[in-house]
Each structure stands twice: as structure tokens, then as C-alpha cells.
Design a protein around this ligand. Structure first.
Ligand SMILES: Cc1cc2nc3c(=O)[nH]c(=O)nc-3n(C[C@H](O)[C@H](O)[C@H](O)COP(=O)(O)O)c2cc1C
Length: 376
């Protein structure tokens, strides 16, 4: 039987034979990750999510990663203003699929750990070991104000998350009626049953970008999401190797993943035109500027040149690598990321369900031929 401290290989698509895992990112939110006004933008509604999840499951994609978002960003489209709560979203999708791993994205400071532990276990039983947990500590002040919860300073957020996760992992272990006294949490005679499905525990990921966030991920998680370099594959390879080495030094195996925004069309010209149409001509610029302001990125706080670049990067999906081209080009760029040592990539599309079939028909076979994905 698997130690309860480990996640559950064998039951989860995240442990598939594919060298490079592929997932979809952000489909639980209206507009997904594309800050665009085009009418075909993603609804984020349940029927579309269900259709997409079944499609991804059939195609052998490894995971679905939602965004934990409580408040839209405004603009003409109220970007990400309509969102499905991620643990309940995941639970519904797990019941409707067979092999794909579905994450819930949980704000540690907003969920009592005992409730979170039980919700996660419930989802994990329904998915027979396929639930994954993305721990986030939050960054959006307005969301916390809405809850009436005070945001801690940055370092303390991860300190708190450590206690939160320690409690959850102990609930999932064989310990019963334990007391927990930390700096933030003081809990008595804690217990929780059932335990996670199959004897292990759900897969855990985090995407901290700061040194303290990265250290948290490396110390605690099975999967770490990072920003790949937009300009140098070599730089990406070094970042990946560094994270994996640091985990190894702590006796841990770490999967390192990144985020990509794909526009794939039959020709490079068609892809570039569509990208320009969605992310430039029809970008929801007022929403983009609102998001940038939340991050304190304005013409007053950063040099104009940098502001212009960041504005355009945020329109195409709040960061992430833009992968724009014909199927050969898209497959080559994704395969190169695998060569740089990445374990997987979470992709987003303007309209996930409309665009995924073309990606699966054209890009997946090319990835199979280069050996980064096994033949289906
Ligand atoms: C793949 C990925 C998924 C993320 N999901 C969320 C999310 O759903 N909600 C959220 O508030 N932050 C999310 N974040 C933000 C990170 O959790 C993290 O806060 C951010 O990268 C900044 O790092 P730091 O906390 O170390 O400063 C995500 C980031 C990435 C790269």
C-alpha cells in the first residue's frame, strides 16, 4: 500500500507514459485566459466545460487546471467575471470523465483547512484518485476585501500556507484526534475520514514565482508551475534543472510545468492574423489596464517601453508563452519545451472547445512522431 504522504501514481493521467504532459488551463472562467472581446470568446459555462472535459479525456490529455478567481476584472467584458468554483467544478468533471486529472485551485487563507481537506477527499473519491490540489495564497487585494479577510504580507502568506497544508496532510494521514498548534492555527482533536482514495494522497501543485513561493512549492509539492523564458530555451532549461535539483536535495521528485497560449491554424499567416485579431485589435484593453493596475504596473510605475510590452503580454493570457503558428511550428515549440526538461504544459485557447479538436488532430500526432507523446 502506498504511503499516505505520497500522491497516487497509477490512478492518475498525470503519471501517464507521455514524456510531456498536456493540460488545459482556465476553462472555468469566462473568457478563459484571453482578455479579448471577440464574440467567440469562451463562455466558461457548465455545458461548455463538460463538453471540453470529455473531449480532453477522450484525447488523452493529462489534466485540467482551473483558476481560483472570486471577482472579475471589469472592462467591457467583465473579464473572468463569471467563474465556476473550482472544487465543485472539478468534482462534477471527475464524475463525468475516466482518466484525466482535474485540479481544484484553493486559496489557503480563505478555506478552513478541515473543510478543504474533506472537500478534496470527497472529490478524490468521486474521481477515484484523480483530483489534484493547486494551492494558492492569493495576490488580489480586492478579492480579500470582498471576503473581509486581511491579506498577510507576502512572506507570511506562505508561512500560513505551510501550516494549512501541514494540517491537511495530517488529516489525510493515519493520525486521529491530533492537536495542532502553530503560529496561525490552533486546533484541537482534529480528525477526518474517509482518507484519500487508494491509500495515497492527491497530487499537489503550486505556482509560486517569488523565492519564498518557489521554496514552498519545492518543499511541499509534486508539481511546480513556472514561467518559461520567452526568449531563451537555454534559460528555461536552467530554471527547470535548478528547481528539480533543489527538490532532489530534499529527497523529492518534482514535476516542472509551464503555461502556454496556443493559436494554431493551417498556416502561420492565418495563426498570426487570428492572434492579432483577438489579442490586439479586439483585446479588452480596459480590463487589461485594470489587471495591470492591480499589479502596480502603470506608465507611472514602470518605463513606458516595459509597460507596452507587459500590456500586450497580459492581453494574450495574463502571461504564459505565446505559441502561434501552423501545426508544425506549434508542435516544434512544444517539443522544444520538453527538451528543455519540462514535465508538462498547461495550455489555453480563445475558445477551448472549438479549437481543441484541430490541436488534437494536427499537433498531437506530430508530438507523437517526435517521441514526446506516446502513440494513442
Ligand atoms: C499556472 C498558474 C496557476 C495559477 N493559479 C492561480 C489562481 O487560480 N488564483 C490565484 O489567485 N493565483 C494563481 N496563480 C498565481 C500563483 O499562485 C502565484 O501567486 C504567483 O505566481 C505569484 O507568485 P508568488 O505568490 O510567489 O509571489 C497561478 C499562477 C500560475 C503560473
Amino acid at each position: 500500500m502506498l504511503a499516505r504522504s505520497e500522491s497516487t501514481p497509477g490512478r492518475m493521467a498525470m503519471y501517464s507514459a507521455n514524456k510531456l504532459k498536456i493540460g488545459l488551463f482556465g476553462a472555468n472562467c469566462s473568457s478563459g485566459r484571453a482578455v479579448t472581446k471577440v464574440p467567440e470568446r469562451w463562455t466558461g459555462n457548465w455545458p461548455d466545460n463538460l463538453k471540453l472535459a470529455r473531449m480532453a479525456d477522450e484525447a488523452g490529455l493529462e489534466f485540467l487546471l482551473p483558476i481560483g478567481r472570486w471577482k472579475g476584472y471589469g472592462g467591457e467584458t467583465d473579464y473572468q467575471g463569471t467563474t465556476l468554483e473550482t472544487i465543485t467544478w472539478a468534482t462534477g468533471l471527475l464524475a463525468a470523465t475516466k482518466r484525466v486529472t482535474v485540479f481544484g485551485t484553493v486559496h489557503a487563507p480563505l478555506f478552513n483547512p478541515i473543510i478543504a481537506a474533506k472537500q478534496i477527499v470527497t472529490a478524490d473519491h468521486i474521481g477515484e484518485g484523480r483530483f489534484g490540489l493547486n494551492i494558492v495564497v492569493g495576490w488580489n487585494e480586492g478579492e480579500f476585501e470582498m471576503f473581509g479577510v486581511k491579506q498577510r504580507d507576502h512572506e507570511q502568506r506562505y508561512d500560513y500556507a505551510q501550516e494549512w497544508l501541514d494540517v491537511i496532510k495530517t488529516i489525510w494521514s493515519d493520525q486521529e484526534n491530533f492537536d495542532f498548534k502553530g503560529k496561525y492555527l490552533d486546533m484541537k482533536a482534529v480528525r477526518g475520514k474517509p482518507k484519500p482514495y487508494g491509500g495515497g494522497r492527491p497530487l499537489i501543485m503550486n505556482a509560486g514565482a517569488s523565492p519564498v513561493g518557489q521554496a514552498f512549492a519545492i518543499r511541499n509539492c509534486d508539481a511546480f508551475f513556472m514561467q518559461a523564458s520567452r526568449t531563451s530555451l537555454e534559460e528555461t532549461a536552467q530554471k527547470v534543472a535548478r528547481a528539480k535539483d533543489q527538490a532532489k536535495q530534499q529527497g523529492r521528485e518534482l514535476g516542472v510545468y509551464t503555461v502556454g497560449v496556443v493559436t494554431c491554424k493551417p498556416t502561420r499567416k492565418a495563426a498570426e492574423e487570428y492572434y492579432h485579431h483577438c489579442m490586439e485589435e479586439h483585446a479588452d484593453w480596459s480590463a487589461v489596464d485594470g489587471i495591470l493596475a492591480l499589479k502596480n504596473i502603470t506608465p507611472q510605475t514602470v518605463p513606458m517601453e516595459q509597460f507596452v510590452v507587459q500590456r500586450s503580454q497580459f492581453a494574450q493570457g495574463l502571461g504564459g508563452l505565446a505559441i502561434v503558428g501552423d501545426p508544425d511550428h506549434v508542435a516544434r515549440q512544444i517539443a522544444d519545451l520538453s527538451k528543455a526538461g519540462l514535465t508538462g504544459i498547461a495550455l489555453s485557447l480563445v475558445n477551448y472547445a472549438d479549437e481543441l479538436p484541430y490541436f488534437c488532430d494536427e499537433v498531437l500526432p506530430r508530438l507523437e512522431r517526435t517521441g514526446v507523446r506516446a502513440k494513442r
